[in-house]
Design a protein around this ligand. Structure first.
Ligand code: FES
Length: 157
């Protein structure tokens, strides 16, 4: 979108909600838009994980813990299989005080931190139960894509 069309768009958008923007405000907003476009986002580093090494992940709903060099500062991650084509990768490091969150004890359970009993969803690390004191946030997730033909999960950090 050109600078003039951005300016026009912003002025029309502001007018539609009853705002009057000064020329300097519009210039600042346009500059902000241009800045976003001129700064390409970092593509991140990618790490390929052959899932042939983890036959337990052949089952939808399964979850493992493993260490992948370069991912999660060397700490373990969970790899959770959501469906035939989708995996979710998230940290095992508890966001409460840093203990290692454990694997679910069975197929119907979630991931529980042994230190203060915070519970996280086995499907994506979302907090389901807060610790006995204080609070935890969702376990950090890592972007991943799965290539079914090669059985390789590519994690981007
Ligand atoms: S460190 Fe995990 S609940 Fe406290």
């Amino acid at each position: 979108m050109s600078t003039s069309s951005r300016r026009s768009f912003l002025q029309q958008a502001a007018a539609s909600v009853g705002l009057v923007l000064s020329a300097s405000t519009v210039a600042t907003l346009v500059a902000g838009c241009e800045q976003d476009e001129s700064q390409p986002t970092s593509p991140g580093k990618t790490y390929d994980v052959s899932l042939a090494a983890f036959p337990e992940l052949n089952t939808v709903g399964s979850i493992i813990q493993t260490t992948i060099a370069g991912v999660n500062n060397g700490e373990m991650v969970f790899i959770s299989r959501i469906d035939a084509q989708t995996f979710v990768v998230f940290s095992t490091v508890c966001t409460h005080s840093g203990c290692g969150v454990g694997l679910p004890i069975d197929a119907a359970s979630n991931c529980v931190c042994p230190c203060h009993k915070a519970e996280f969803a086995r499907s994506n690390g979302a907090v389901l139960r807060q610790p006995t004191s204080g609070s935890a946030t969702d376990l950090p997730r890592f972007s991943s894509t799965y290539n079914a033909s090669s059985n390789v999960l590519t994690i981007t950090v």
